[in-house]
Design a protein around this ligand. Structure first.
Ligand SMILES: [Zn+2]
Length: 477
């Protein structure tokens, strides 16, 4: 038995199923990947602008108030009230990439699954939220708070949409972001990206000549390959020495061409916030080079780095820490380029609530500054955290629990979501516990049953947070 009064709204949502599927398939068929601007109201390209117009036009037909913010973002509003409840979604998608079994931009339905880029990230959740809103309206639920569903158009590459939007529109007093996992994410670790540079003497007297070391492609990815180029001549016996260091290592390939030796290391890519799922090719390569025991020039810097950044825990940098809520600090050496007397590297650090950015950069300066490293670039976000006891978290969890019967605790992650842009908000669904993470993957899909469940959970969340659980006709008696 449902004592909350939500049951008729949930029943209505279920009746919309066929319409929701059709609508999601149409939305997936708009390939809203960022491209060159197509005019004043399409700053992220014509297809993203088209997706925004499509959603806003639907909202107007349904009787919601629509506003387009020059193609950067848009919103649909419903109800009156001095306070706003915000739901923040995005309509842009990452490029399809290769290897798909189904066409990425057609919205193909196969059995209980709807395939396509954006199915879970973030078009499926958009459809779920909009039909939950429609059900509240069609059921005549009176709202104590205005509901504002906001659509960002640049979530996947820079959040410029939100900068623009929140210059023009006020922040809602509270809200949620359907762009991650259920039950909900109440803690997102702090984040700091650092660029470090140092110079060195490229040809120190005697010894082995190191021409170039490179690795990694992006700061926020555990590098899957790295390579070093050395001169092979002058009686240094470099090949034998390298073979002694890494002959049995299946991740290493040695190749002699002309007077040079190319040393390649294979790692395993992973997101920088989950470094334990990967193998860092750069730190592995640096350890091999340091084991050669050479002195001077680039070798000193390599030894220094190997001593201080041997792994992703940050322990030798003096920044390792963990707390009960947010977990452990992670540190990813994401890119590395050394040659011609200069080295540049990028660190991606995700930190728990028990440390701050200032302490982290101070310790790194202490450890690496003496070797000549200087921090030349820095970009960070403090942790985003709402206690499990806060009213917003408790209410959203209740909405999830009432629909699913699952009482799992809220989550902490190292990644960042749009919830940061919302302020007093948390990421809430749509991915259910135990489901594969399909965002940004090939053959992204959403199960129809999960889409419907998400819509009912979002419906309950809107109902509890905005409606206060009474109907118009009740109030008018
Ligand atoms: Zn997303």
């Amino acid at each position: 038995m449902d004592l909350t009064g939500f049951a008729p709204v949930g029943a209505r949502i279920n009746q919309y199923q066929d319409e929701m599927i059709l609508w999601l398939r149409e939305l997936i068929a708009i390939p809203s990947v960022k491209s060159s601007p197509a005019g004043p109201d399409a700053p992220f390209g014509p297809e993203i602008a088209r997706a925004l117009e499509y959603v806003l036009a639907w909202g107007e037909r349904e009787g919601f108030r629509a506003q387009n913010f020059s193609g950067y973002a848009g919103h649909l509003e419903y109800g009156e009230g001095e306070e706003d409840l915000g739901v923040l979604l995005h309509l842009d998608v990452v490029p399809a990439g290769g290897g798909w079994q189904y066409p990425p931009f057609q919205g193909v339905q196969v059995g209980d699954r709807i395939y396509g880029r954006g199915a879970v990230d973030d078009k499926g959740p958009a459809v779920a939220v909009l039909y939950a809103l429609k059900a509240l309206k069609d059921e005549g639920i009176r709202l104590a708070r205005k509901i504002r569903v906001i659509f960002g158009c640049d979530e996947e590459s820079g959040w410029r949409c939100m900068d623009h939007y929140f210059q023009k529109a006020p922040k809602p007093v509270l809200g949620f972001v359907p762009d991650a996992d259920f039950p909900l994410i109440h803690c997102e670790k702090g984040f700091v990206a650092l660029t470090l540079q140092a110079g060195y003497n490229p040809s120190p007297a005697g010894g082995l000549e190191l021409l170039r070391v490179t690795g990694g492609t992006r700061r926020n990815v555990v590098p899957e390959s790295a390579e070093a180029l050395l001169t092979a001549d002058s009686g240094t016996g470099v090949r034998d020495r390298l073979q002694a260091v890494c002959a049995e290592d299946p991740r290493v390939t040695l190749e002699k061409t002309g007077g040079r030796i190319r040393l390649q290391v294979k790692g395993e890519a992973a997101h920088a916030s989950l470094p334990h799922l990967g193998e860092n090719a750069i730190t592995h390569l640096l350890a091999i080079l340091a084991a050669l025991g050479e002195k001077g020039g680039p070798w000193e810097l390599i030894t220094l780095l190997t001593k201080n950044i041997p792994d992703f825990t940050g322990k030798d940098l003096g920044i390792a820490c963990r707390d009960r809520i947010s977990g452990a600090l992670t540190c990813n050496l994401g890119t590395f380029a050394m040659g011609d007397g200069e080295v540049q590297l990028e660190l991606d650090i995700r930190y728990p609530l028990c440390i701050d950015e200032k302490t982290i950069t101070q310790r790194i300066n202490e450890k690496l500054g003496g070797g000549g490293f200087e921090i030349t670039g820095r970009h960070g976000l403090p942790p985003h955290y709402l206690p499990a006891e806060s009213p917003l978290v408790k209410t959203l969890l209740a909405a999830y629990q009432e629909e699913t019967g699952d009482f799992s605790p809220p989550l902490a992650i190292g990644g960042r979501t749009y919830a940061t842009a919302l302020g007093n908000g948390v990421a809430f669904g749509p991915n259910l516990p135990g489901r594969p993470q399909l965002a940004h993957q090939k053959d992204e899909y959403i199960q129809v049953a999960d889409l419907m469940l998400a819509a009912r959970i979002y419906g309950r969340a809107l109902f509890h947070l905005a409606a206060g659980g009474f109907r118009k006709e009740d109030g008018e008696k």
